[in-house]
Design a protein around this ligand. Structure first.
Ligand code: NI
Length: 171
């Protein structure tokens, strides 16, 4: 297990357009393992290669059992289709401790290659669609903070909001 340092907002790597992967070699395989390890260690839902300073079109996602049986490894992902709309708080491991409200499509269909460079299609709704679109944004140098409505809030402030909402629902 190897953890890589996660680059934070302000790091130029996060604003670059990443290059496509032509072939998966030993270094690529180690990178994918490290992305997974680093994502799980930081308790994130997804992580893209530029977030660890590697400007290649690779990302990993684990949105949880409800959405996927196994973690998704996305090489050269491409959005084929989106539909609907969802509005929710979104966060990023490169913007630690904070979240912001982002409207995104509620459905996304993506074509990508796995770690053996086999092409596959993944479809997702809700959190999985959000994660797919968020990670593909990273590969084009786009950060979610450019899409937020209103100010970013802290995780503690979000917890307070969710607690109040729950209390209102229960009363
Ligand atoms: Ni992110």
């Amino acid at each position: 297990m190897a953890l890589r340092q996660i680059r934070e907002l302000g790091d130029p790597c996060l604003l670059k357009v990443c290059k496509p992967v032509k072939a998966v070699n030993e270094r690529t395989k180690i990178l994918i393992e490290d992305l997974l390890d680093t994502m799980y260690d930081a308790e994130g839902v997804g992580l893209a290669a530029p977030q660890v300073g590697v400007l290649r079109r690779i990302a990993v996602i684990d949105a949880g059992e409800e959405y996927q049986e196994e973690p998704l490894i996305l090489i050269n992902p491409e959005i084929l289709e989106t539909a609907g709309e969802q509005k929710d708080y979104e966060g990023c491991l490169s913007v630690p401790g904070k979240v912001g409200m982002v409207t995104r499509p509620n459905y996304a269909k993506v074509r990508a290659y796995d770690a053996d460079m086999n092409e596959f299609i993944v479809e997702g709704e809700g959190l999985l669609a959000r994660a797919l679109l968020h990670e593909i944004d990273h590969l084009d140098g786009n950060m979610y903070v450019e899409k937020t409505e209103g100010a970013l809030i802290t995780n503690e402030e979000l917890a307070e909001i969710l607690k109040k909402q729950q209390e209102e629902e229960e009363s």
